[in-house]
Design a protein around this ligand. Structure first.
Ligand code: HEM
Length: 124
């Protein structure tokens, strides 16, 4: 489960880059398109999947003991915020046809994720 959570982060990263390119392209053309909407949804879905794997990991490892306060509480709460931003942004961008909303939401969620990733996990 740890390995899955650890591996999925790369898919999340790829998804974020793809969503940024999709929305960025749509903003540059001043026209929301299907590709941008789809890439935004895929990113939100990958993040949601990573969130679920994280919850299972949290339960399996008994992280509620708060032994590592950051990993036990701050990391999950911030990641919940990141999932909310990405999901709401993708849905609103699609509904309103406004790619700027999607672009801003992806950037904001990535900023939250960067803050939430444990400091010791940045090396390969
Ligand atoms: C949804 C976005 C999430 C992302 C992008 C994410 C990302 C990460 C990353 C990069 C690590 C470090 C992995 C490593 O060093 O190999 C990690 C560890 C961890 N995450 Fe998450 N996480 C997310 C959500 C969650 C949630 C919602 C929970 C719990 C409810 C959670 C629980 C944990 C735990 C317990 C660890 C430590 C695993 C260990 O090394 O024993 N994560 N996460």
């Amino acid at each position: 489960m740890v390995t899955l959570h650890s591996l999925l982060r790369w898919l999340v990263l790829l998804g974020a880059i793809a969503a940024l390119v999709g929305y960025g392209r749509a903003v540059a053309r001043s026209r929301m398109d299907d590709l941008a909407a789809r890439l935004g949804s895929v990113y939100a879905m990958l993040l949601g999947l990573q969130f679920l794997v994280g919850v299972v990991l949290w339960l399996v490892q008994g992280r509620w003991d708060g032994d590592n306060f950051f990993l036990s509480f701050i990391h999950p709460l911030l990641m919940l915020g990141a999932v909310g931003l990405a999901s709401a942004g993708a849905a609103r961008a699609r509904r309103s046809g406004n790619a700027v909303i999607g672009l801003v939401a992806v950037i904001a969620s990535v900023v939250v994720i960067v803050i939430a990733v444990p400091s010791g996990s940045w090396t390969l």
